[in-house]
Design a protein around this ligand. Structure first.
Ligand code: ATP
Length: 338
């Protein structure tokens, strides 16, 4: 089965980290003989300057014709790109795995959690109004979107350590988070093997620092998930190693958590591991959603190759090393082929 992948390198360090990731993808194709059809889908600030749109119709068409998008960071026009894609492709689940990798500074070495964030509504629906001297924002929580994200999170937890913490603030947001937490409880009855715990968002922010190792899967609404996942990324080595996925019913978008990082763009200092681990998430998703075992094997091999590379002391400056973006990409590719 051929996997059709659209590629958007984005802005700033995007080109460098994408080049490293493509080197690794080349090694995967060579070792696992996975058929992939790669097509460029330009987007972001540079594309806006050159073509008058941050997400031109041609790119959108390439993306719609693909199975997945591997996306680099986009600068100022990030919202025009990602929000449009989330809506257009109905990417309802935002996944952020936070796993301590050996040989890089982590808060603890036994952190392995997954944040499953509802991606389409909450306070981010953009319903804001000015009323005289005041401003107000509407927070949309629907039963349908809550069921969908809860079911997705329970399925993920069933394959992991079978523990879910649902994070909300239903003691204050009685209607919206009341609905969300009731729906998660209802869905939990279909997954008796998964243990469900309820936690207020402020307690969760504290517990992520106090005992991050106790979490397996966190399921939450849009803005809480956004904030908690940036907090949790700091526990496991920071932005240079934090991948993410946006998943819909039949399409996946995979991108590093970090932005375009203009301060280090073009200097060869960017860590490509976040981009490479995002690609690893894409392989796992192909493995699972398209039942392609070679993609699952390739995903495990990428993780091992990343660990081997870090163990060999090949690290970019933000992790205390002296290696370049290209050195890291090359080392991970070589490890895959050795
Ligand atoms: P955005 O608003 O787009 O997220 P930002 O400037 O707030 O942009 P980033 O672009 O992610 O955030 O950069 C934040 C800091 O992290 C910068 O100092 C940047 O150099 C650093 N950084 C981000 N990504 C990487 C990376 N892959 N490797 C090394 N350092 C990185």
């Amino acid at each position: 089965m051929a996997h059709k992948i659209a590629l958007m390198k984005g802005d700033g360090i995007g080109a460098e980290v994408m080049e490293a990731a493509l080197q690794v993808l080349g090694a995967i194709q060579e070792r696992f003989q996975i058929e992939m059809i790669l097509t460029d889908a330009p987007g972001g600030d540079t594309t806006l300057t050159e073509e008058g749109s941050a997400l031109p119709p041609d790119s959108l068409q390439v993306i719609r014709d693909s199975d997945a998008l591997l996306k680099g960071p986009v600068g100022e026009s990030a919202l025009d790109v990602i929000v449009k894609l989330r809506q257009d492709l109905d990417l309802f689940a935002n996944l952020r795995p936070l796993k301590a990798l050996p040989h890089i500074p982590s808060f603890r070495d036994d952190i392995d959690l997954l944040i499953v964030r509802e991606n389409t509504e909450g306070l981010y629906v953009g319903m804001e109004f000015e009323v005289g001297d005041n401003a107000l924002a509407l927070r949309l929580i629907s039963r349908g979107a809550s069921v969908r994200i809860a079911e997705y999170a329970f399925k993920m937890a069933s394959r992991r350590r079978k523990k879910i913490v649902m994070v909300h603030k239903a003691n204050v947001l009685r209607k919206t988070d009341g609905l969300f937490s009731n729906v998660v409880k209802e869905v939990s009855t279909k997954f008796p093997q998964v243990e469900l715990e309820s936690m207020y968002v402020d307690a969760c922010a504290m517990n992520l620092i106090r005992n991050p190792e106790s979490f397996d899967v966190i399921v939450t609404t849009n803005m809480f998930g956004d904030i908690l996942s940036d907090e949790a990324a700091q526990l496991v080595g920071g932005l240079g190693v934090a991948p993410s996925a946006n998943i819909g019913t039949s399409f996946g978008l995979f991108e590093p958590v970090h932005g375009a990082a203009p301060d280090i763009a073009g200097k060869g200092q960017a860590n490509p591991i976040a981009m490479i681990l995002s690609m690893k998430m894409m392989l796992s998703w192909f493995g699972e959603s398209r039942e392609d075992d070679s993609c699952n094997e390739a995903a495990s091999a990428v993780e091992k190759a990343v660990i081997n590379t870090l163990q060999g002391g090949i690290r970019t400056p933000e992790l205390g090393g002296t290696s370049t973006t290209n050195d890291v990409g090359k080392a991970i590719s070589s490890s895959l082929l050795s």
